[in-house]
Design a protein around this ligand. Structure first.
Ligand SMILES: [Zn+2]
Length: 500
């Protein structure tokens, strides 16, 4: 989820960064070899794929996908699967999207305990959809994996409207520039994950969007034992959120990343109020923790700085107290993200430099778009999202600077990972907002040509090219194959379920 949180789980980017992972040792991976809990009809093969171990067949068989599937392709595949396996697979409607598209859920198996997986809670995060594409077919055909304990409820795409607006990058080329040019992420109050009803202190949010209402209906009806909200990050390393605390699974989760050469995210946590259980493993954060954090560090009413509501986890807790897992994976990584050697600057300086960098981009956006304020002919999703992110990032940058200035521990040396996170990763996420502003202007100009919109477009298109070029030059990134991403995301679920 970065304030834009890391564009993974969080609605806001890591506002202040809190916990440093540097110097924390990793446990032995021997727990991977332990026998599975006795008495289950359902047990996945041991996940460890290191020396002398056979690969887990469920993960080994993930196809070598060359692109992400479109919404229409995901739907067509689900329909075919239900037709081919009428005894095992049902496809049921759970609601409609904002633009009126039916949202459906696959129900596979007949076990008494309900598992709920949902993908694309942020529509720029389609790894989960590919995971469910594969898992649904595998479950339909693999009696042992399906078992008799669980019913597997899979929502391949909870936000079809937003996902369609990302399809421009789904087939590659997988570069930072191409991704940013075709990226869409809804405003915080239009995100399916963070718009569940909540009443807490001065915060009242009671108007869930249609996609969230669909999830509420699924959660209320299923009373799930486990929820997997399938987010993913964009750039960086991998990390997890989970509940309850399950120390036995940490090594397996980290091994899934390391065995596939995906670095652990050991820089700044995505959300400063997130509690770290272990390196790259956090407790699932909540909006009430966000509220309390704002109350402590930022003057004024916290509720005024939170747009949207609670998460699926908070909504489901009083209903069925489910276990919860989130696996944040990047599409791109640079090995500096896990380098814990000293960067030659203080952490405070790294944070303040990152804020300055972010403010430069924000200033350019504000200046270019100011003449259009209140005058857009097409108030598209892109306009709404860009305005919301400018506001959210502005307030989170202010809080972050405040926190950096007044927290003595931040005079400690920064690691390379922390400096990288604050400087380069921040630039990556800011470029995405510039990309969305450019798309907003494209739509505007298609509807009505005006010199104001043309000037704004000329300015932002030039800045986009300039910043994208600098990032391509300054980052040394690799693209992670989709197969590996799916293996990690699915492997994490199977590992965690083995401990339920
Ligand atoms: Zn997300």
């Amino acid at each position: 989820m970065k304030g834009m949180p890391r564009l993974g789980w969080a609605r806001l980017e890591g506002v202040v960064g809190g916990v440093t992972m540097a110097g924390v040792g990793f446990g032995s991976r021997n727990s991977l070899l332990r026998p599975h809990k006795a008495g289950l009809d359902w047990a996945i093969p041991t996940l460890m794929e290191g020396a002398n171990m056979k690969p887990n067949p469920v993960l080994r068989d993930v196809p070598d996908y060359k692109r992400f599937l479109t919404v229409d392709e995901l739907n067509g595949s689900a329909e075919r699967l239900a037709r081919q396996h009428p005894q095992t697979v049902r496809l049921v409607p759970i609601g409609r999207s904002t633009d009126g598209e039916t949202i459906r859920m696959l129900r596979i198996g007949h076990g008494p305990e309900q598992l709920l997986f949902f993908a694309c809670p942020h529509p720029n995060e389609p790894i989960g959809a590919m995971t469910l594409e594969y898992l649904s077919h595998r479950l339909a055909e693999d009696d042992q994996l399906r078992g008799t304990r669980f019913t597997w409820n899979l929502i391949k795409c909870i936000d079809p409207d937003g996902t369609r607006l990302n399809e421009g990058w789904f087939a590659g080329p997988f570069t930072v520039t191409h991704y940013a040019a075709h990226f869409y992420r809804p405003a915080a109050f239009h995100q399916a994950e963070w718009t569940f009803p909540v009443v807490y202190k001065t915060l009242t949010y009671l108007t869930p969007i249609p996609e969230t209402q669909a999830l509420m209906s699924a959660i209320a009806g299923l009373k799930p034992r486990f929820i997997y909200s399938q987010h993913n990050a964009g750039f960086g390393g991998g990390y997890y959120y989970l509940s309850p605390d399950t120390p036995l699974v940490y090594d397996e989760l980290r091994a899934l990343l390391r065995d596939r050469s995906v670095p652990l995210a050991l820089g700044e946590p995505e959300m400063p109020w997130a509690v770290a259980f272990s390196p790259a493993v956090y407790r699932v954060p909540t909006v009430t923790e966000h509220y309390d954090f704002l109350e402590k560090y930022v003057p004024g009413d916290p509720a005024a700085k939170i747009t949207g509501g609670a998460s699926s986890f908070e909504y489901a807790r009083p209903i069925s107290n489910p276990a919860m897992l989130i696996c944040e994976l990047p599409y791109f990584y640079d090995t500096r993200i896990e380098n814990t050697s000293p960067a030659g600057m203080t952490r405070k300086q790294a944070i303040l430099d990152g804020v300055a960098c972010s403010q430069e981009v924000l200033g350019a956006l504000r200046d270019a778009l100011a003449p259009l304020q209140g005058k857009w002919a097409v108030r598209s999703r892109f306009v709404i999202a860009v305005e919301n992110f400018i506001e959210l990032i502005g307030s989170s940058d202010a809080a972050k600077a405040q926190w950096a200035e007044h927290t003595p521990e931040l005079d400690a040396p920064a690691t390379v990972a922390q400096a990288f996170d604050n400087l380069l990763v921040t630039r990556f996420y800011r470029l995405l907002v510039v990309g969305m502003a450019r798309r907003a202007l494209e739509l505007e100009l298609r509807r009505r040509r005006s010199s104001v919109a043309e000037r704004a477009m000329e300015t932002l298109a030039a800045r986009f090219q300039e910043w994208a070029h600098e990032l391509e030059r300054d980052l040394d990134y690799r693209v992670i194959p989709i197969k590996k991403l799916v293996e990690i995301q699915l492997g994490a679920a199977l590992a965690f379920l083995a401990h339920l």
